[in-house]
Design a protein around this ligand. Structure first.
Ligand code: PLP
Length: 398
């Protein structure tokens, strides 16, 4: 079988072996419904509760503040719809221009339903301006939803400071922490975030399980109505194997975060430095902002990201042009456009996102293959040394 060089961990991650093992009994042995009255179902509830506890330790919150959902998208929708339902007189939402489609497309839809939305701009390093947020908050603002870390650039937003501002103004604050959970410290006991979303498949558990944290005391209206599961906050029979899997993955993430981050950051830095040294006319996106340790968004001038991905794919390398959800379109992503990256470079953007399963040999392989790939594509696109240069790579200092 062809060797796979998997550098697309912000799209999804490999399930840890221990996570898979922990889940297995819940398919064929412990398959009862936790809501059943009989012993066979009842015994399963205890594993759901244990998992809730493990996830609460990763997030620094109370177990009862955790609601299981089917994915990050559902958590985001639930949080925003809840904020609007509990504030029926408030019709204004604030978000950023670089959110994941799970938030941005929901906001666009809500604009057609009588809500007004402020999309906060970012600077060329992908960072929002806190003063813009302060002046955007209005008496009729129902909710502010700003992601913790951006899926394309890895840029980390100051969500704890944003939570303080919202709290002072009496506005609910939700953060999409899908890319942050398991990669950076989250301690909800130390901040005023009201609601937070995570998704299992970004931290080495399966696709199709998510969590919404809702702080105790925050008014909440459920999104799915039906049975009494999750104390009436999310109807639908619990996905027990996946809940157990996410609990295990959270436990592993918490125990190893520092060590794994150091490892992954070193690989990312080697890749980043190597690419800018070997290939002229590159731009590292979000370079001057705090970034997730595993994410590298790099633009190669005068080539097309899709063509790069195809050539890399032929060599077994899996990366992404930006958000996997928006691939299939040749338009630069809304994130790169919001950062005002010139079209000539935005188009040639590749996102490498690493995990602990990557190795230094794999990074060396990319560094060997990539210069030739870009050279070939630039020859086709008639790029030459006269073409205006646009690079910030010389600013790299690590
Ligand atoms: N939010 C962010 C920042 C993401 O990166 C993703 C997935 O890529 C989502 C939300 C959606 O999560 P899910 O795929 O679990 O619905």
């Amino acid at each position: 079988m062809k060797k796979i060089y998997y550098f697309d961990n912000n799209a999804t991650t490999r399930v840890h072996d221990e996570v898979k093992k922990e889940m297995e009994p819940f398919f064929t042995k412990l398959y009862g419904n936790p809501s059943s009255m009989h012993f066979f179902g009842g015994q399963v509830q205890k594993y759901v509760d244990e998992s809730r506890k493990k996830i609460s330790l990763l997030l620094g919150c109370l177990p009862e503040e955790i609601i299981f959902t089917s994915c990050g998208t559902e958590s985001d929708s639930t949080a925003i719809y809840s904020a609007l339902k509990v504030n029926p007189d408030k019709k204004h939402i604030i978000t950023s221009a670089v959110e994941h489609p799970a938030v941005i497309n929901l906001c666009k839809h809500l604009e057609t339903q009588g809500y007004s939305v402020t999309y906060l701009n970012v600077n060329e390093d992908g960072m929002i301006d806190i003063n813009d947020l302060k002046s955007a908050i209005r008496p009729d603002t129902a909710v502010v939803s700003i992601m913790w870390a951006n899926n394309e650039t890895g840029v980390i937003f100051p969500v704890e400071e944003i939570a303080d501002i919202c709290h002072e103004k009496g506005v609910l604050f939700h953060t999409d922490a899908v890319q942050a959970a398991g990669k950076i410290d989250i301690d909800l006991s130390k901040n005023k975030i009201d609601m937070l979303s995570i998704s299992g498949h970004k931290l080495h558990s399966p696709k199709g399980i998510g969590v919404l944290f809702v702080r105790k005391g925050v008014k909440f209206a459920p999104f799915l109505l039906g049975g009494h599961q999750e104390r009436g906050r999310r109807a639908g029979t619990e996905n027990v194997p996946y809940i157990v899997g996410l609990g295990k993955a959270s436990e592993i993430a918490l125990a190893n975060m520092q060590k794994e981050n150091d490892y992954v950051r070193k690989l990312r830095e080697k890749l980043e430095r190597g690419l800018v040294e070997k290939i002229p006319n590159t731009r590292i996106n979000g370079l001057k902002s705090p970034r997730l340790p595993n994410t590298l968004s790099i633009s190669f001038g005068f080539v097309e990201g899709e063509s790069i991905i195809m050539l890399l794919s032929e060599k077994g390398i899996c990366a992404s042009t930006g958000s996997a959800c928006s691939s299939g379109s040749l338009e630069p992503s809304h994130v790169l456009m919001a950062m005002k990256i010139p079209f000539t470079h935005a188009q040639g953007t590749v996102r490498f996102s690493l995990s602990i399963y990557n190795t230094e040999e794999e990074v060396d392989y990319i560094l060997k293959v990539m210069p030739d790939v870009i050279k070939r594509l630039r020859e086709i696109s008639a790029f030459n040394d006269e073409t205006p240069q646009f690079e910030n790579a010389k600013d790299i200092h690590h």
